[in-house]
Design a protein around this ligand. Structure first.
Ligand code: ADP
Ligand code: 5GP
Length: 212
């Protein structure tokens, strides 16, 4: 087992805020540092998406079998479809010392935080609602009715932002990626994440203590 255990990170944000784009950049820049969990979903693949790459695309029956087999860390419904995080990959990557990122919506985020209070929760927002609408429309992957459902869901999600640890504005993409990386890496220095190191240094210092 790796001595340095990875941090579990949840990245949420309105659909179209740029989460997927940020994750791609982060993994490209720091492939040895991060592992991105691949979720299971019952929604259909978008053009260019492949099974096992962006998602594991499952039927509703297959998804429900995963729930019953206790194979998911969390799952939720989002705009008429199921989405969930397979457990085994996340555990395995954390043990190997990778910082594991779950790009999931808010209900799942809160379930993960409840089960694992050490989870770092980041929320990504575009600079404005108008920019969000433009990005969702500009992506060109959903028809208008789905875009409207996602914008309406964004309003609901905006009510839960206070449950997150950090808010990051995705305006300039490079700056946003640098900020996300900085927040995660600073998190490694938190005293509560360094008990083993502190105990080791205490034990080493003991021989200098003057008889007390
Ligand atoms: P999400 O994964 O949050 O749904 P995407 O990563 O698919 O969002 O991004 C939505 C759209 O916005 C895509 O077309 C993407 O290229 C674009 N985009 C992402 N980040 C930025 C940015 N900083 N500035 C302008 N456009 C962006
Ligand atoms: P999309 O269909 O745009 O890929 O994703 C829709 C929403 O589902 C996004 O907010 C995304 O973060 C979320 N999502 C993706 N995978 C999961 C998952 O495994 N669990 C949960 N709870 N949400 C997910």
């Amino acid at each position: 087992m790796n001595e340095k255990k990875g941090i579990l990170i949840v990245v949420s944000g309105f659909s179209g805020s740029g989460k997927g784009t940020i994750m791609n950049q982060l993994l490209k820049k720091y492939p040895d540092t991060y592992a991105l969990s691949i979720s299971a979903t019952t929604r259909s693949p978008r053009p260019g998406e492949a099974h096992g790459k962006e998602y594991f695309f499952l039927s509703e029956k297959e998804f429900k079998d995963m729930i019953e087999g206790n194979a998911l860390l969390e799952y939720a419904q989002y705009v008429n479809h199921y989405y969930g995080t397979p457990k085994s990959y996340v555990q395995q990557q954390l043990e190997q010392g990778k910082d594991v990122i779950l790009e999931i919506e808010i209900q799942g985020a809160l379930k993960v935080k409840k089960a694992n209070p050490d989870t770092l929760l980041l929320f990504i927002t575009p600079p404005s609602a108008e920019e969000l609408k433009q990005r969702l429309t500009g992506r060109g992957t959903e028809e208008e009715s789905v875009i409207n459902s996602r914008l309406s869901r964004a309003w609901q999600e905006a009510q839960g932002v206070e449950d997150y640890d950090y808010l990051v504005v995705n305006d300039d993409l490079d700056k946003c990626v640098a900020k996300v990386h900085g927040i995660i890496q600073n998190e490694h220095a938190r005293v509560t994440r360094n008990h083993i190191l502190i105990e080791k240094i205490r034990a080493e210092l003991k021989c200098f203590a003057k008889g007390e």
